[in-house]
Design a protein around this ligand. Structure first.
Ligand code: ADP
Ligand code: ASP
Ligand code: MG
Length: 406
């Protein structure tokens, strides 16, 4: 069976007009003799609205009820798509995750798909039907509805492609593919024809919300090629694939940035084993994601300063946790809100020295101060003032010649 998985994001099904266009795309693949499995997200804005409602009901809304609530957006979108296909004369039906079922493991709000029952959908495909499956949702072993993290329909599509051994997995969104940086932030951004899982994972984790990071991990693990393209144009998109399929002489492939970071510094903490663990243990217990971490070399061998970044949404909680932590001592506690992390990413860095220097020099030329630095084999991230984000993006995009056509 020649199966194609078509995933439509919220931006592609955000209005009735857009849903009618999506139905046309689906019909095109059906006419090309593919067996089409559609995965849809909720209409754009719906998931956010539902989350807002839950927070108005309670500032500690039940996590299992949260999943029941927020997964409802996908049900609406799927039935509208199926309804339109039926209107056009096709055999189609919506499929909620629990009806398949798509089974998940892990905690509410952040589960992972680990099993999908194929039987009924295969039967339906064989008789010419077009199944429209809810993204983002799953079912746990207690028979409760789960969700798989924000942007999770991407991972639903990839896991469906894996279990059904699809020939192609296409992610439809509102831009023409993966760009060197967010095309809505920089109009010079260029579409990338092909990108490796590793680079895409870094770009997504470091702020490019076009793909959910977990979905890229799933694709890499299962060697699933992903095509990302626009539901609004017929132009070719981007292929996300394994590194050995790519011939590219660029040192830097893309730049990502985040906006809502905060910096926390503990000045004058004791420089002895166990202190960092004592600071981070209660944060991790409270699911606060600590990102960049630096510890200064202690001048007198007794005291040091520790700085780390978190999401600004977690700032108040973090403040409280540190102030109530009786196991640590420090002289001063400092917080800085409006900071932004900007990262350059590329596998070409592994074999090319001097990228760090070029990045720092071009920021220095623009008089942009670097507050924190972190690196991995294929990325360099710096923390800067949020007000300098755009300036830094423009400078680095130019420095690494990303303005040129790929
Ligand atoms: P969907 O509704 O299809 O899930 P998302 O809003 O999750 O769409 O992702 C698409 C958006 O991702 C684009 O509109 C774009 O602004 C943003 N984006 C961020 N970084 C990039 C990038 N490097 N390439 C393409 N899009 C990006
Ligand atoms: N609707 C969900 C969200 O907004 C899942 C998705 O868009 O992929 O996070
Ligand atoms: Mg998305």
């Amino acid at each position: 069976m020649k199966i194609v998985v078509l995933k439509f994001g919220g931006t592609s099904v955000g209005t009735i007009k857009k849903i009618k266009r999506v139905a046309k795309i689906i019909i095109d693949y059906q006419k090309k003799n593919y067996k089409v499995i559609v995965v849809s997200s909720a209409m754009s804005g719906v998931t956010n609205d539902l989350i807002k409602k839950s927070s108005e009901i309670s500032d500690n809304f039940s996590e299992s009820e949260h999943d029941v609530l927020v997964s409802s957006g996908e049900q609406v979108a799927c039935s509208l798509i199926a309804g339109r296909l039926i209107h056009e004369g096709y055999d189609s039906r919506s499929w909620l995750s629990w009806q398949i079922p798509i089974l998940t493991k892990g905690k509410h709000k952040n589960s992972r798909i680990n099993q999908i029952n194929k039987r009924n959908i295969i039967k339906y495909l064989k008789k010419g039907g077009i199944p429209i499956v809810t993204g983002f949702q799953g079912l746990n072993d207690e028979n409760r509805i789960t969700t798989i993290g924000r942007g999770g329909s991407d991972a639903s599509a990839i896991m469906i492609a894996k279990f059904f051994k699809a020939e192609r997995c296409i992610i439809y969104t509102d831009v023409e593919g993966i760009y060197t940086t967010d095309p809505n932030k920089l109009k010079n951004a260029k579409k990338i024809k092909v990108i490796s899982y590793e680079e895409m994972l870094e770009m997504a984790s470091l702020g490019a919300k076009v793909m959910q990071p977990v979905s890229i991990q799933d694709a890499r693990l299962n060697r699933i090629d992903i095509e990302v393209k626009s539901s609004f144009s017929k132009r070719s998109g981007t292929l996300i694939t394994k590194r050995s399929n790519i011939f590219n002489n660029k040192i830097v492939t893309g730049i990502s940035s985040t906006q809502n970071d905060s910096k926390v510094s503990l000045i004058g903490v004791r420089d002895k084993p166990g202190v960092a663990a004592a600071i981070f243990k209660p944060l991790s217990k409270n699911l606060i994601n600590v990102d960049m971490v630096v510890q200064n070399i202690s001048a007198n061998g007794k005291e040091t300063d520790l700085t780390f970044t978190i999401k600004s949404d977690d700032l108040n909680k973090t403040k409280k946790i540190i102030q109530q932590n009786k196991t640590i001592n420090y002289r001063r506690l400092l917080f800085e809100k409006g900071v932004s992390k900007i990262s350059v990413i590329g596998v070409g860095m592994i074999s090319t020295p001097g990228v760090t220097f070029r990045m720092f020099q071009s920021l220095a030329n623009k008089k942009i101060n670097i507050k924190v630095i972190s690196t991995s084999e294929i990325k360099i991230s710096v923390l800067i003032d949020k007000k300098n984000t755009q300036k830094a993006l423009i400078a680095l995009h130019k420095e690494f010649k990303l303005n040129q056509k790929k």
